[in-house]
Design a protein around this ligand. Structure first.
Ligand code: FES
Length: 218
């Protein structure tokens, strides 16, 4: 795909040179504007954590797309955040297998622990709570995903324990969803994004995994 470079000082002043270069690279290897659009959204979310309206307009200008067209791409992917999110975004699977194995109890425990509902972010900006369609771990339900990490065989107690451990070891970086794992590799700050799954069956498993996640800075 070729970028039609309309002179739009807005996007040049809004997006960083690094973002523009990355988007132009993606646009150059993608065959459709839709494909370039999703890659461009990923680039900007990688740097900014979410896609504001200003970001959306800037990307659309750069790709010579309409903002409405790009917004359609953005809203199709639930791992593109169109509202500001916390450092850790909790995606809880609400599909059938998880429903049958304790999703409601896990959800209520998380809501009570964090004091937020779906779509909300904790006052300290640490956690955002979102629902998600099947996360691909139906045989290990209930499942939630935080950053690049999938947590399986959840119970209310395990879910709260995981959140407590994350909060206790929280650094200063955001965590990207596994959506970004395959091609983005690393986010600002150098943290690897690899999708990993663990079956949380005992405390040592949880402690070990959280420790691994939190301490792997290179
Ligand atoms: S139904 Fe929850 S992971 Fe598939």
């Amino acid at each position: 795909m070729q970028i039609i470079n309309t002179i739009t000082p807005d996007y040049r002043s809004y997006l960083s040179k690094e973002e523009i270069a990355a988007i132009e690279h993606e646009a150059g290897i993608m065959e459709t504007r839709e494909a370039a659009g999703i890659e461009a959204l990923k680039v900007v979310q990688k740097h900014r954590g979410w896609i504001s309206d200003d970001s959306l307009y800037a990307i659309a200008q750069l790709l010579n797309m309409s903002a409405a067209e790009l917004d359609g791409v953005a809203t199709f992917y639930n791992l593109i955040y169109r509202q500001q999110v916390g450092r850790y975004v909790i995606h809880i699977c609400n599909s059938i297998s998880c429903h049958l194995t304790g999703y409601q109890q896990v959800l209520q425990a998380i809501k009570a622990h964090l004091g937020i509902d779906y779509g909300q972010t904790t006052a300290d900006g640490l956690f955002t709570l979102l629902s998600n369609a099947c996360l691909g771990g139906c045989d290990k339900a209930p499942v939630m995903m935080i950053g690049e990490q999938h947590y399986q065989y959840l119970t209310p107690e395990k879910a709260v324990e995981i959140l407590e451990k994350i909060a206790a070891g929280a650094g200063t970086e955001n965590y990207l969803p596994s959506f970004f794992s395959e091609d983005e590799g690393k986010r600002d700050g150098g943290r690897e994004n690899k999708t990993r799954s663990r079956d949380y069956l005992d405390d040592d498993d949880v402690a070990g995994e959280i420790s691994e996640m939190e301490l792997s800075d290179d």
